[in-house]
Unconditional design. Structure first.
Length: 206
């Protein structure tokens, strides 16, 4: 749940390495990097070691422990920088693999995916199976484009559909409890980065 451990064949070489980020999408990215290193005649072993240091990227999978409940903490997975259908599914798969402690829940705060054209409604509704597979207990959906997803989910999980990042923070302030694991993911213009920053600063506790 916290990293990716990989054994790969790159050309004629076999390499076992660790990536400091969790998720199959990071494995795919790393394999592309290693293929480039090999093509350029670089040192694959050193490249593999460097990938272990890849972590804590703001808006791209960074994990934060934030205050929640009576002296407790929650985990925030910060994917707030951007979103498209493939990356949304990948991030929800990462959330699925994180097992909350004790009575913690999985919470997804998802912002609209912008610039999807005429298929936008279908793409948004198509996120529903990934939320259900991730066993998300609460979905806070942000932005008008999220309406088709809210309708697709129906009453299968607790859904709160809000208009703005500020409204999403208000919902989280009311709902976040100790040991919850919260994923924040959406197009950058939605402003979920501000929500993550407020959670990190404990402003939701005021």
């Amino acid at each position: 749940p916290d990293c990716s451990c990989v054994t790969a064949r790159i050309g004629d070489e076999r390499l076992t390495f660790k990536i400091g980020m969790a998720g199959r999408h990071w494995v795919n990215n790393a394999l592309a990097v290693l293929a480039g290193v090999q093509a350029a005649g670089g040192d694959l072993a050193l490249a593999g070691l460097a990938l272990a240091e890849l972590n804590g990227l703001p808006g791209r999978g960074r994990r934060l422990r934030v205050p929640a409940g009576n002296g407790g903490q929650a985990i925030v997975i910060d994917e707030a920088y951007n979103a498209n259908p493939a990356s949304m599914a990948a991030s929800l798969a990462v959330l699925r693999d994180v097992v909350p402690a004790r009575a913690g829940r999985r919470i997804a705060v998802l912002g609209s995916m912008k610039e999807l054209g005429t298929l936008s409604a279908d793409f948004h509704a198509g996120i529903a199976p990934h939320l259900i597979d991730a066993q998300v207990a609460l979905a806070v959906l942000v932005g008008s484009e999220m309406q088709p997803l809210a309708e697709a989910l129906g009453r299968r999980i607790d859904v709160r559909h809000v208009a703005s990042a500020d409204a999403a923070l208000a919902e989280i302030t009311r709902s976040l409890a100790a040991d919850d694991v919260l994923l924040a993911k959406g197009s950058n213009s939605i402003g979920l980065g501000r929500v993550v920053a407020a959670l990190a600063a404990g402003e939701h506790m005021a």
